[in-house]
Design a protein around this ligand. Structure first.
Ligand code: 2AM
Ligand code: CA
Ligand code: CA
Ligand code: CA
Length: 264
């Protein structure tokens, strides 16, 4: 498999950040942790990994803009390119010793995602894709699963952080879904959820209230693995609407119709 120089920069940054995360995962009880908002934890491990990634990306392409979860937005001077970075997706899992967390790095060009890398250091699984080049898990080509009946499908989701008493709409969706599918999974890392759809491990995935850094890399993994991705209204405004529905062509459509909110 041939990787472009740019994708290689992203892969090297993800692997290096992954090594930093693996070291910290080994002594997670010693990490300083703070709370950014309700149930939104951030640790020294997140900050260190982000520093590693931005160091590598800026060294390779000093003019590109950056949008990163912990340090925010830097518009850069390039005007065309932007890195979108989540140094540790799944911080809650990480801090609990659950090995389901990832590094997520995407490249946007003129508003379109053109490359993405998701890396799970605990399992040494590297997912990568660039536009028109297919998607890979380590060195093997990935394809979305081909299941056609929802009743055969395993579907991922995420539980939104909305505060006490605010989950009514989500519970309705969840119960619609539970009646139709073979199983529901909640991994706790949106980037890995999308990577698992790309790898054909899960047949679909939906979640709301997410940020661009949770989604950007995973979106191109799914598309390049032959899958379909939209916002929850079926359009392409994933970042604006902060929502995602993913799967193969048929499953994605079925999930969308199940999730349709009644017209008000
Ligand atoms: P994080 O670990 O980078 O914060 C899990 O469903 C997804 O939600 C993860 O991608 C996780 O990203 C994100 N997440 C976790 N806690 C959150 C919170 N309090 N607010 C918004 N997103 C959150
Ligand atoms: Ca976070
Ligand atoms: Ca995240
Ligand atoms: Ca994060």
């Amino acid at each position: 498999m041939a990787r472009s120089a740019l994708l290689n920069v992203m892969v090297q940054a993800a692997l290096k950040a992954g090594r930093s995360l693996s070291r910290d995962f080994g002594e997670v009880q010693n990490l300083q942790v703070s709370l950014k908002g309700p149930s939104d934890y951030v640790s020294q491990a997140d900050h260190k990994a982000e520093e590693v990634i931005l160091g590598e990306l800026r060294r390779a392409r000093p003019t590109y803009g950056v949008l990163a979860e912990e340090s925010g937005e830097d518009k850069g001077t390039d005007g065309q390119h932007r890195w979108i970075v989540d140094p540790l997706d799944g911080t809650t899992n990480f801090l609990h010793g659950i090995p389901l967390f990832s590094v997520s790095i995407a490249l946007e060009r003129a508003g379109e995602i053109v490359a993405g890398v998701v890396y799970n250091p605990a399992m040494d699984e590297l997912y990568s894709a660039e536009r028109g080049g297919g998607a890979f898990l380590n060195d093997r080509r990935m394809r979305v699963a081909g299941r056609r009946q929802l009743s055969d499908c395993v579907v991922g989701t995420g539980v939104p952080h909305l505060g006490r008493g605010q989950h009514g709409q989500y519970l309705i969706e969840l119960s619609h879904m539970m009646g139709e599918v073979a199983g529901i999974r909640r991994l706790g890392s949106a980037a890995l959820d999308l990577a698992y759809v790309a790898a054909g491990r899960m047949d679909g995935y939906w979640e709301d209230h997410l940020s661009p850094w949770d989604l950007a890399a995973g979106v191109i993994l799914v598309r390049e693995a032959g899958g379909f991705v939209s916002d929850r209204d079926g359009g392409g405004k994933i970042f604006e609407k902060k929502s995602i529905v993913a799967g193969n062509e048929r499953v994605q459509k079925e999930l969308l119709s199940l999730l349709k909110r009644p017209a008000k």
